[in-house]
Design a protein around this ligand. Structure first.
Ligand code: PLP
Length: 381
């Protein structure tokens, strides 16, 4: 690789923001434990509490509702496994489009799973949710409804306001995985229905290793790691002050220009239609968050295409990479009724805070090369 690769995978992890780097490095210079009452400890406590305020602001939450965790996966697990206990849930109701972090947490509860399907556009099916809530009431079952706000693979924005209105006034509990919505949509945790919500630092330009659980006071006993009583007893372990400070700085710096993101995405999608008229763009008829396009050209296998694009210096994703780095079949696309053959051709491009039109152009140039190689040689690389 002769030049820096172009990064088109913000939904996997956003590049570190300079504000977060500065806050991280400054905090690493400090010594001590935020729980100590001496001057060293107090300096770190100030950093942690000011970051709590910054993260809370971006989530529309009160600072005391923010619990810092090691990742969104940890926050999700605490909300679902801990929340199922707090709310005495008899069953958990995720949608079929959830991230593995949530699906595995649901599995870990050991409770029956009442699944809410997605429709073909990628939206959570609200009629089915209504039917599940009716059934739960008929059977005297308490549900923990656990759904995502924005889909990480397709960028589809779920109708959380309507889900709030359906679940909020009931005795059932609601958890929202807001990882891909945080910093992209106006969130109002304090005033809206979710009992708990999860966010992640590295999706908004903080380093990895820091996430947040937002929790209302009635769900306050959600605690998996009691430890030394940190985070008001809700997550033990000495606070990672430097990561927390970086998370706060990233949240403070976070501005999301949905129009600019959508302009990049629309430009790429128009280019895709020009280059490959048989392309399918997933979730295109739904409301999308703007920074992501997930598409497939029949016959162009995604694993092969990703490798070829990587060699051209273009970092893209299939949207469904598992932890081993292999490309797995997407359960989200399967839930939308996409055939396995087409799902195996799905590629995801996601833009973010430092993306430019030149990145979008470079992708289209690379993709055109890929398609012409495929036409000539019958294979992508
Ligand atoms: N939920 C969604 C929708 C995600 O996109 C991700 C990360 O890809 C996670 C949860 C997990 O976040 P973290 O990497 O902070 O554990």
């Amino acid at each position: 690789m002769t030049r820096a690769a172009i990064y088109l995978d913000h939904n996997a992890s956003a590049p570190l923001r300079s504000e977060a780097r500065s806050a991280l490095l400054a905090a690493l210079e400090l010594t001590g434990n935020p729980s100590s009452i001496h001057a060293h400890g107090r300096a770190l406590r100030n950093l942690v509490e000011s970051a709590r305020g910054q993260v809370a602001k971006l989530a529309g939450a009160e600072p005391k509702q923010v619990v810092f965790t090691g990742s969104a996966t940890e926050a999700i697990t605490q909300a679902v496994v801990g929340g199922a206990k707090v709310f005495s849930a008899d069953a958990v109701a995720p949608s079929t489009g959830e991230h593995a972090a949530l699906l595995k947490a649901v599995e870990a509860t050991g409770l029956p799973v009442w699944t809410i399907p997605l429709d073909a556009a990628g939206n959570i099916d609200l009629d089915q949710l209504a039917a599940l809530l009716r059934r739960a009431d008929d059977e005297g079952v308490t549900l923990l409804v656990a759904v995502h706000w924005v889909n990480n693979e397709t960028g589809v924005v779920q109708p959380i306001e309507r889900i709030n209105a359906m679940v909020g006034p009931t005795r059932h509990a609601l958890f929202v995985d807001a990882v891909q919505a945080f910093g992209k949509l106006a969130l109002d945790f304090a005033a809206s229905a979710p009992d708990m919500m999860a966010v992640s630092g590295h999706k908004i330009g903080a380093p990895t290793g820091i996430g947040g659980l937002l929790v209302k006071s009635h769900a306050d006993t959600v605690r998996l790691i009691p430890g030394g009583g940190q985070e008001q007893g809700r997550r033990g372990g000495t606070e990672a002050a430097a990561l927390i400070a970086a998370f706060g700085a990233a949240a403070e710096a976070c501005t999301y220009d949905r129009q600019a993101m959508a302009a990049l995405t629309e430009y790429v999608e128009a280019g895709l239609y020009r280059l490959a008229p048989d392309v399918t763009i997933f979730g295109q008829t739904a409301t999308r968050v703007g920074n992501v396009t997930n598409f497939a050209v029949p016959g162009l296998n995604n694993a092969t295409a990703m490798m070829a694009l990587d060699l051209m210096g273009l970092s893209v994703s299939s949207g469904s990479a598992c932890s081993s780095g292999k490309v797995g079949a997407s359960h989200v696309l399967a839930a939308m009724g996409v055939s396995k053959d087409l799902a195996n051709c799905a590629l995801r491009i996601s833009f973010g805070w430092n993306s430019t039109m030149a990145d979008a152009d470079a992708f289209l140039v690379g993709f055109e090369t890929l398609l012409s190689r495929q036409k000539r040689g019958g294979k992508a690389a």
